[in-house]
Design a protein around this ligand. Structure first.
Ligand SMILES: C[S@@+](CC[C@H](N)C(=O)[O-])C[C@H]1O[C@@H](n2cnc3c(N)ncnc32)[C@H](O)[C@@H]1O
Length: 258
């Protein structure tokens, strides 16, 4: 079966998502914004609770937005829409949202202060922000183990890869305070991520995610050696619940100041 990125993310993050969902605190009349919504699982979860309210999911990926729209329609959700928008610069309605959420969708901004300031403007005074972001790379075995086998995936040795850009609470607190947020808090989430039910399924997922064009070019004996080491790594992480890697994330909560 062809690799499905949306299904992979939802399955990969299932255990972390239980914590995130519990932290969202959606109320029935809330207007919710989901930033970097991808295939829209968090937006749909919010829409099922905000039955008198509404949910907007934004993303820059047409491919993911298409999946999000299809799945929401199939589930008969009439109070959620998905829009192509760059959250850094999009002209959202001012002071509109009661709750702004993001599951791993806010770490990739080129200018995080400008992006979070833009998001803050879209929120009503005292509206809540609930984010899930990775802690530092060193605390995420899925990243360090993959890098050990596949090499650096972003080609910038020594620099923090974007996925971990909000992993330092001091840095993130500085950005959010300057962007107009208060009561900033970090909750530690320590759960494994799921790569597949079998070594074969996990191998296929890693190949699609990390080896299809984005990683460093390797050919011949070096390529074979890398694939052999990858398979050995996945075998070492096979458990009764599938191939699991340790991970650590923050749930960041804050309120729009004012
Ligand atoms: C790791 S995925 C997470 C997707 C989804 N929230 C989930 O949990 O399955 C990150 C998403 O953020 C989106 N993204 C990255 N930069 C963005 C931006 N500036 N504005 C909106 N979406 C963005 C990407 O296109 C991608 O779909």
């Amino acid at each position: 079966m062809a690799f499905n990125r949306a299904d992979f993310y939802d399955a990969e993050l299932r255990r972390l998502d239980e914590h995130f969902r519990a932290a969202l605190g959606v109320a029935p009349a809330d207007r919710v914004l989901d930033i970097g919504c991808g295939a829209g699982q968090s937006a749909r979860q919010a829409a099922r609770i905000a039955v008198q309210g509404s949910v907007v999911g934004v993303d820059v990926s047409d491919e993911m937005l298409e999946v999000a729209r299809r799945r929401s329609a199939a589930q008969g959700l009439g109070n959620v829409v998905f829009e192509r928008a760059d959250a850094q610069t999009h002209a959202f309605a001012a002071a509109h949202f009661d709750l702004c959420v993001s599951r791993f969708g806010v770490m990739f901004f080129a200018d995080p202060l400008a992006a979070f300031s833009n998001i803050a403007r879209a929120m009503r005074p005292s509206a809540r922000l609930v984010l899930m972001v990775w802690q530092s790379r060193e605390r995420n075995a899925w990243a360090t183990a993959m890098q050990g086998v596949l090499g650096s995936q972003d080609g910038q040795a020594g620099k923090t890869p974007p996925a971990f850009s909000l992993g330092d609470p001091a840095v993130t607190t500085g950005i959010l305070s300057a962007a107009g947020f208060a009561s900033i808090d970090f909750a530690d989430v320590h759960e494994p991520v799921f790569y597949g039910a079998s070594v074969g399924a996990a191998f296929e997922a890693v190949a699609a995610l990390f080896l299809a064009g984005s990683g460093p070019e390797v050919s011949g004996a070096a390529a074979e050696d890398r694939l052999r080491r990858l398979r050995a790594l996945l075998e070492a992480h096979l458990t009764a619940d599938g191939v699991l890697f340790d991970s650590r994330a923050w749930i960041v909560t804050a309120r729009r100041d004012g």
